[in-house]
Design a protein around this ligand. Structure first.
Ligand code: FAD
Length: 370
């Protein structure tokens, strides 16, 4: 076996897509159906937004998301602080994430083995519930709780938990993604209503244990039933499914190549950590990892991967992490209300991983406390 792609979520599917069919490749995943159940809000910024989020990327066509994966397209964001609402234009694809993963993996032409659990990685051997693999290259795309990162001894990511319902009968604007912040609903994180079309929506809360004594379940129930700014859309809505999951909110790994193992996506904490947006980053990282492996088998070096993902992803991810730390500082010191002094443009910039001018001026002072 030349390459094993360990974990076929977003990063794994996009790695398979870019891996050459000249190589012997297998993707393995513990799930019976790839990407299912969906543990995600399922929004991906459109290509236009990605051009601003990841300036200078080598290829934006990755974000020409085919219509068949889209359940809805939103064009604006309503960012609610409990005191103010900020409205601004920001376009997202709301995707059928499971279908997207399954189709991208299938169309890659590579073999995928489902219902195969990675149990450990020792001495270059990937131990799974269906046998042992010893590939020439291993792509570790096994998500936020990466077994492989744990076994290599560097997994230490800060995580946020999240709980989400899919609801039907939601009465919000279907072209708007709603984000809610505030200590009553999601201290240190945010809550969301993401319309999927036809009255369906992903409704969830992010949750940071260090900022709250209650459970994520209670936080979500309050958001759905009692919080006035969200419950008004959900009065007649019914829950059709529930999920709980974690998302890394840390800095990315400094080096994502460990010998012949390449990490991509959540397994390397490659994430826009202040929003928990990991899909576009995992798409790019998976794509790059696959391309580097192809050139490795033609005499190139695996180390090239570290150069490339850093070139295209590191700056925005670093800014996202700084924003997240600043956010934590505001929450810890009960200063989150300062956000009400921002403009809609400032919030839009923050969602684009940019630090608004006001904050840039204050940052040297604030960084003394961060
Ligand atoms: C509630 C929630 C909502 C989110 N909403 C959004 C959003 O709207 N937009 C966005 O951009 N990001 C969102 N994210 C983050 C996003 O889902 C992740 O960053 C992204 O999926 C990372 O992709 P990945 O391929 O690295 O990991 P994953 O997609 O998690 O894939 C990892 C794969 O590895 C497999 N795997 C794991 N362990 C094993 C094992 N031991 N054996 C075999 N297989 C294994 C899993 O089954 C899975 O298929 C959200 C996260 C959460 C938790």
């Amino acid at each position: 076996m030349d390459v094993v792609v360990a974990g076929v979520g977003i990063a794994g599917a996009f790695a398979l897509r870019s891996l050459s069919n000249e190589l012997s490749v297998i993707g393995i995943d513990k799930r019976e159906k790839l990407g299912f159940p969906v543990k995600c809000g399922e929004i991906i910024p459109t290509r236009k937004e990605m051009e601003s989020l990841l300036p200078g990327l080598y290829d934006y066509s990755l974000f020409d998301i085919p219509k068949r994966f889209e359940s809805n397209r939103t064009r604006r964001v309503c960012f609610n602080t409990g005191k103010r609402e900020f409205w601004f234009d920001f376009e997202f694809h709301v995707v059928r994430r499971d279908e997207m993963i399954q189709t991208v993996a299938l169309e890659s032409g590579h073999k995928v083995e489902t219902k195969t659990v990675i149990r450990g990685f020792r001495d270059g051997r990937l131990i799974t519930s269906k046998g042992i693999y010893q590939p020439k290259v291993l792509l570790a795309c096994d998500g936020a709780n990466s077994r492989i990162a744990k076994d290599l001894g560097f997994w230490k990511y800060e995580l946020s938990s999240a709980k989400q319902y899919v609801m039907k009968g939601v009465e919000c604007e279907e072209d708007t993604v709603y984000m809610f912040i505030g200590k009553e609903i999601a201290p240190g994180a945010y809550a969301w209503i993401i319309p999927k079309g036809n009255g369906y929506a992903n409704v969830g809360v992010g949750f940071r244990r260090e900022f709250s004594n209650e459970s994520v379940h209670i936080a979500l129930e309050r958001f759905v039933r009692d919080y006035p700014y969200s419950s008004c859309f959900l009065k007649r809505a019914e829950i059709t499914s529930k999920i709980g999951a974690v998302v890394p909110i840390d800095r990315p790994l400094n080096k994502a190549v460990k010998g012949n193992v390449l990490f991509a996506g959540d397994s390397a904490s490659m994430i826009i950590s202040h929003t928990g947006g990991g899909i576009p980053i995992a798409m790019v990282a998976g794509d790059l990892a696959g391309k580097v492996v192809n050139s490795y088998f033609e005499g190139g070096s695996l180390e090239e991967y570290d150069l490339l993902w850093k070139k295209y992803l590191y700056e925005p991810l670093k800014k996202a992490y700084s924003i997240r730390r600043l956010w934590d500082f505001l929450v810890r010191n009960d200063l989150l209300k300062l956000i009400n002094l921002a403009s809609a443009r400032d919030i839009e910039e923050i969602l684009h991983c940019k630090i608004p001018l006001k904050l840039r001026l204050l940052y040297p002072l604030l960084s003394l406390f961060l």
